[in-house]
Design a protein around this ligand. Structure first.
Ligand code: ZN
Length: 321
């Protein structure tokens, strides 16, 4: 049975989350996964005037939490302590929770138990909505630095008692001010798991990464080593015909796809990260204009390798009439 609402039309919900919190959530999940166990915690923050939550802090599992393959039960005393401390010191509230979903469930969607949990905590605390982050592994590896982790975000509306609705995540770059401030409280040390952050390049989510105008934007380096390495994996006859155009943080890479047309990759460079936002195929044979194949071609998200995009596009084009 599916416990998630179908996406109908434009999804109206989104959640804002600091980069540090996403890195902490995924870091803790990745560390526990090394032992074959699951973990989780709670999400704390504030609501904007337009009723959008801003996740300011994500707690870890408490010292008496129960972790197993296929389950995670939070330490209730720790949860109560975190709730009180975060409200008293920073006036931030419980917004929802995060936890790992096991490989064998194959589903990022909240389970019936997750829905029941959200419902009961929402009722008890007179909340209108409860947010849920489920964490899944897109690539498992024995090495922490090779794991690829996805954060799936949902909102559960208490009043309507509908199924959880998938929502997008807007990531604020940098470290949450609450995370910085907590390090000044020696008694609250257990709220932070130091050295347990997954690099943002290993994290996937549905949504975007906000441009922060105050942070220095690194100049795009179109022919940096990583890009050259990726181009070298393409067929030799293609390599010499690739074109790269840059305008500030926007980059367009044109890759010829003989004999049928050209592939256009739209990239954005922000704070040193280059992400692929769109992939279009422009056919020499069709009069219908470029075809958007972003979803199909960037199957590993905005950091999908160019050679992967090229081969996916090639097999897609082969089927074009
Ligand atoms: Zn779950």
């Amino acid at each position: 049975m599916d416990f998630v609402a179908n996406k109908t039309g434009e999804n109206e919900y989104s959640v804002v989350c600091w980069e540090s919190e996403l890195k902490a959530i995924c870091g803790m999940a990745a560390e526990e996964e090394m032992e074959g166990l699951e973990t989780g915690g709670e999400l704390y923050g504030l609501y904007t005037q337009s009723d959008k939550p801003v996740i300011m802090f994500a707690t870890p599992a408490g010292p008496s939490a129960r972790h197993g393959p296929g389950y995670f039960i939070q330490d209730l005393e720790f949860f109560k302590y975190a709730n009180k401390f975060l409200f008293q010191e920073f006036q931030i509230n419980f917004i929802g929770s995060h936890h790992v979903h096991p490989h064998f469930s194959f589903s990022p969607n909240p389970s019936s138990i997750d829905v029941q949990g959200a419902k009961s905590i929402g009722f008890k605390n007179s909340m209108e909505k409860v947010y849920l982050f489920t964490i899944t592994f897109e690539r498992c590896s024995r090495s922490f630095n090779k794991k690829i982790v996805r954060v799936n975000s949902y909102v559960y509306e208490i009043k309507n008692s509908f199924k959880p609705i998938p929502c997008k995540i807007l990531v604020l770059p940098g470290i949450s001010p609450i995370r910085r401030a907590i390090s000044d409280y020696p008694e609250a040390k257990k709220l932070i798991r130091p050295d347990c952050y997954l690099p943002i390049s290993q994290i996937r989510w549905d949504g975007c990464y906000q441009i922060n105008s105050k942070l220095p934007i690194q100049k795009p380096q179109p022919f940096n080593k990583s890009l050259i390495r990726q181009f070298k994996r393409l067929p030799a006859e293609i390599q010499s015909k690739i074109q790269v155009q840059c305008d500030h943080e926007i980059m367009v890479i044109s890759i010829p796809m003989p004999p049928k047309g050209t592939l256009y990759l739209g990239c954005v460079t922000q704070n040193g990260y280059r992400t692929i936002r769109s992939v279009y195929f422009s056919s020499t044979e069709s009069l219908n204009g470029p075809i958007d194949i972003t979803k199909r071609a960037t199957k590993w998200g905005p950091f999908t390798r160019i050679q992967t995009i090229y081969s996916t596009a090639k097999s897609f084009i082969r089927h074009l009439v």
